[in-house]
Ligand binder design. Structure first.
Ligand SMILES: C[S@@+](CC[C@H](N)C(=O)[O-])C[C@H]1O[C@@H](n2cnc3c(N)ncnc32)[C@H](O)[C@@H]1O
Length: 445
């Protein structure tokens, strides 16, 4: 895929045009696009931003190119790749993320889905049982008795559906209902119970809410199917190019032996505990989903505590002794981290061990990622510089150093403003990010 000089220049002109005229900030973004609103996953990328960049790159890719996202979240970047006929592989450590993306890509047989939905409604009407099928510590704190009964009914009726790809859709819509109808506040990603006065006032109807969202989801599937069909990217009712989604811990390995042409990803910007608690945000949902419909290779007890997924994620486990022993090496390899660390007063440096631990993990995952990419693959990273104790961590520069160490130079960069990013109002000690950096790398020669 090595581009001749003129092709490389044309690519750069296309990317510069996107930077100059494209809506990278996502002001014209549509929530319904690419099944984006199926589940409100934390810190989702903006479909239009990803699509603009991928469109510009797509002409420079080989015919049957395959993209990978090793931190795929709810799959926004991968869905944008599908619009341009690029094959996709994605993995994530969060079992819910894997289910969401599987639901988004598995089948677009809307007639079959509608028939299944009519049967589901019949089953729900016939199921008069008030049995509660799911027990876990704190269940009564997070769900009223009535909601537990309704979710149990819905769960039984979903399990009775024979087609797994349709069950995936039901689980994800049910997950969104759990987000909205549990006693958890929707204003933050961390689990926080709503005030009691608020809880007693709410009038919740799980089944009605599920139906409203599922019918909206059917429309969104129809639209996406139409998009793929117009571009002749459907084979029957499935995406005609390569598509595989697995559960995977990218720190340990990429669970696919292919070599990829393109990386499109937005990694976490710091450890999940102190940035975005993707795992905590998925904990209540995962309690209700039938484990048989989750990836069978998950190698840890994701429901051990509300924090377990975040603990297993990049930077989730702090080993201060290891950091102390390895810090000189890490700093010597990453000049921008060295500069940042040495700008911190000595007495405060230990407060940044979590940040260092996250970067060390990210560096290790990069070994696995680069080993899975073709020599001249493109890497499109979207990354933000988070604040820790009011200091901006230069994630963009750190990433450039890490890629340079792998002899993969930056060929293009752009900035986008973050609009409406959900932020914890309680988290007043830290400033919040206003910009993200889109960094594109490719090995030359
Ligand atoms: C910023 S989100 C990804 C957003 C996504 N690229 C999109 O387009 O919406 C970061 C994701 O990294 C995942 N993650 C964190 N540590 C991981 C690890 N070790 N292996 C795989 N995924 C991980 C989190 O679960 C989260 O879903």
């Amino acid at each position: 895929m090595q581009l001749a000089n003129n092709q490389h220049n044309e690519l750069l002109i296309r990317l510069q045009n996107v930077r100059k005229f494209g809506d990278l900030n996502g002001t014209t973004a549509k929530k319904a696009e690419n099944l984006h609103r199926l589940f409100l996953y934390p810190a989702m990328m903006v479909p239009i931003t990803q699509s603009l960049i991928i469109e510009a790159l797509s002409e420079a890719l080989p015919k049957n190119a395959i993209a990978m996202d090793p931190y795929m979240g709810s799959g926004t970047s991968l869905m944008s790749c599908m619009e341009y006929g690029i094959g996709i592989y994605g993995q994530d450590i969060n079992p819910l993320a894997v289910l969401i993306v599987n639901a988004k890509i598995s089948s677009y047989n809307t007639l079959q889905i509608k028939q299944s939905y009519a049967s589901l409604i019949d089953r729900i009407k016939q199921d008069k049982s008030s049995t509660i099928d799911v027990q876990f510590p704190g269940v009564d704190k997070w769900f009223s008795r009535q909601v537990q009964q309704d979710l149990s009914r819905l769960r039984r009726c979903i399990i009775a559906e024979k087609k797994q790809s349709i069950r995936y859709l039901y689980w994800v819509v049910m997950s969104e209902i759990i987000r909205l109808d549990s006693n958890d506040r929707t204003s933050t990603y961390k689990l926080h119970q709503r005030p009691i006065e608020d809880i007693v006032k709410r009038e919740i109807n799980v089944i009605r809410d599920f139906c409203v969202l599922f019918e909206r989801c059917l429309n969104d599937i129809e639209d996406f199917k139409q998009k793929l069909s117009l571009k002749k990217l459907l084979n029957g009712y499935t995406y005609s190019k390569y598509h595989q989604i697995h559960w995977g811990n990218s720190l340990k390995k990429i669970n696919n032996d292919l070599k990829f042409d393109l990386l499109v990803s937005s990694p976490p910007y710091g450890d999940n505990h102190t940035t975005v608690t993707y795992g905590q945000h998925s904990y209540l949902q995962l309690q209700w989903i039938d484990p048989l419909d989750l990836d069978c290779n998950i190698d840890y007890d994701y429901l051990r505590t509300t924090q377990e997924i975040d603990r297993q994620s990049l930077g989730g486990k702090l080993d201060s002794k290891w950091i102390n022993n390895n810090l000189p090496d890490i700093l010597s390899r990453i000049p921008s981290l060295n500069l940042f660390y040495n700008s911190i007063p000595e007495g405060d440096r230990a407060k940044y061990f979590k940040t260092i631990s996250f970067i060390a993990d990210f560096e290790q995952s990069l070994d696995n990622i680069v080993a899975s990419m073709k020599d001249n693959a493109f890497y499109v990273w979207t990354i933000g510089n988070r604040y820790v104790n009011k200091r901006e961590v230069p994630n963009d520069k750190i990433l450039i150093d890490l890629m340079t160490n792998k002899h993969i130079p930056l060929i293009f960069n752009a900035e986008r403003e973050i609009l409406n990013k959900k932020q914890s109002k309680r988290n007043r000690s830290s400033q919040t990010m206003e910009k993200e950096h889109i960094l594109i790398f490719q090995r030359q020669g």
